[in-house]
Design a protein around this ligand. Structure first.
Ligand SMILES: [Zn+2]
Length: 371
C-alpha cells in the first residue's frame, strides 16, 4: 500500500487538462511536461517525430537509470486529445471530475500523464528501488498513433511497455487488440443522359450496389470485422452516375486474416467492376498491426500482481481499437494497454473518479516496485 498524495495528484490533473493540446498542436503540453520533468532534476528530450506528420511538438522521452537486476520498463501516455478539448473547465462532484459540459474532460490521456508524473515524484521522494525506466509522452496518438510510429526505437531498451490509455477501470489489462486497414474504393462508371442515352451509361451506383450486396460485411469471424462507413457519389437524377467513392475498414486480431480479408474485398470489387465494364481504384492503408499476448506472460503477470497490491481487480481483456500498444508490439517491445478509469471518453460527458487517478499512480509504482 503506497499513500499517493491526493492533493498533489488532483492539482496536477487540473493543471494538465487546462492546457490546450490537440493532435499536431501539442506544443503547450510538451513545454509543460519538459518544464515539470526538468524541475524534478531529470533530463528529458524531445524528438523530431513531428517532422514526419506536420505537428508542432515531438514525443517527450525521459529516462531513469536503475538497478540492472530489475526488468527495464517503459511507460507511455499520449499528450493530445480529441475535440472539443480547448479551454477545459473541470468540475468536481462527489469524488468525480467532469468537464463543464462544453468540452471533453481530457482525462484521456491526462490521467496517464499525471500517473507517470506522480510515480516519478514518489520514486524520488521515497527512494523507491527501480530498474532502468523509460517514460514516453507521445504526440499525435488520436489521429493514427503518429508519435509512436515515428519514435526512435533504437533509444528504447525496455523489456516491456505499459501504455496508460485504455478504457475501463484501473486494473484492466488490454492484452489483445486488432490491427486495422483503411479501405478506399473508387468506382468509375460512364456518364450519359438518363433519358435519351441511358443505355450508353455505366451507373457506378449499380456497380457498387452489386459489389457491396454480394459480399459479407460486419462480423466476418470471431476475430475479424469489416465495415463500410462512408459512401459518396452522383450529381443529378438526369445523369447516369459515373463516380462513387466508398470508405471502409477491416479489423482483425490476426494479421493473416486482416491481410486476407482486405485482399478479398479488393478482388471482389475488381471482378464486379470488370463485369459491368467500370473502372476501379482500390487502396488499403495499413493503420496498425494487431497484437495478442498470452495471460501467463510475465508482462501481464506483473501487472496483475501490481493491481492486487494496489487493491484493484486485475482483468485481462481484448479491445476493439488500436493504441500506442499496437505500435510498441509491432516494433518488438511487448506492450499492454492499462485501464485508466476514464468513462465516456471522447464525449462531453467524459469523467473520471478521483480514486481512479490515485489508483493509477499507485499501480504504476507497484509495477515498478515488483519488476
Ligand atoms: Zn487515449
Amino acid at each position: 500500500m503506497i499513500n499517493i498524495n491526493k492533493e498533489r495528484v488532483l492539482n496536477e490533473f487540473i493543471e494538465v487538462v487546462k492546457v490546450n493540446s490537440y493532435t499536431r498542436q501539442e506544443r503547450e503540453m510538451a513545454d509543460l511536461l519538459l518544464g515539470k520533468l526538468k524541475d524534478m532534476g531529470l533530463d528529458p528530450y524531445e524528438d523530431r517525430a513531428h517532422d514526419e506528420f506536420g505537428g508542432n511538438a515531438g514525443n517527450i522521452v525521459v529516462k531513469l537509470e536503475g538497478r540492472k537486476d530489475k526488468t527495464p520498463l517503459l511507460f507511455c501516455a499520449h499528450m493530445d486529445r480529441v475535440a472539443p478539448g480547448e479551454n477545459i473547465s473541470p468540475v468536481i462532484k462527489e469524488e468525480k471530475i467532469y468537464s463543464d459540459g462544453t468540452t471533453v474532460l481530457g482525462s484521456d490521456d491526462a490521467a496517464g500523464i499525471v500517473a507517470i508524473l506522480e510515480a516519478l515524484k514518489c520514486i524520488q521522494e521515497r527512494n523507491i528501488e527501480h530498474g532502468d525506466l523509460d517514460f514516453v509522452f507521445t504526440a499525435g496518438e488520436e489521429e493514427g498513433l503518429l508519435g509512436s510510429k515515428n519514435l526512435d526505437f533504437k533509444k528504447l531498451k525496455a523489456s516491456y511497455c505499459y501504455v496508460l490509455d485504455a478504457g475501463g477501470p484501473v486494473g484492466t489489462i488490454v492484452n489483445q487488440a486488432p490491427g486495422q486497414y483503411e479501405i478506399l474504393i473508387t468506382v468509375k462508371g460512364l456518364a450519359a443522359h438518363a433519358g435519351s442515352d441511358v443505355e450508353k451509361g455505366i451507373n457506378a451506383i449499380m456497380v457498387v450496389s452489386d459489389a457491396v450486396s454480394s459480399l459479407k460485411w460486419g462480423r466476418i469471424d470471431k476475430s475479424t470485422t469489416s465495415n463500410l462507413g462512408v459512401i459518396q457519389g452522383g450529381r443529378a437524377t438526369n445523369i447516369v452516375c459515373d463516380l462513387v467513392e466508398l470508405k471502409g475498414e477491416v479489423r482483425s486480431l490476426d494479421m493473416n486474416k486482416l491481410d486476407l480479408h482486405s485482399r478479398r474485398i479488393g478482388e471482389h470489387f475488381k471482378s464486379i467492376t470488370r463485369k459491368w465494364g467500370a473502372q476501379l481504384d482500390f487502396q488499403k492503408i495499413h493503420l496498425y498491426s494487431p497484437f495478442q499476448l498470452e495471460e501467463n506472460e510475465q508482462i501481464i503477470r506483473l501487472a496483475q500482481k501490481a493491481a492486487l497490491e494496489t487493491g484493484v481487480e486485475p482483468l485481462a481483456k481484448s479491445s476493439g481499437g488500436g493504441s500506442d500498444a499496437n505500435v510498441f508490439n509491432a516494433r518488438g517491445i511487448p506492450a499492454v494497454n492499462l485501464g485508466i478509469g476514464t468513462e465516456k471518453a471522447h464525449t462531453r460527458e467524459e469523467y473520471i473518479g478521483i480514486p481512479d487517478l490515485l489508483h493509477l499512480a499507485e499501480l504504476v509504482l507497484n509495477i515498478i516496485k515488483l519488476s
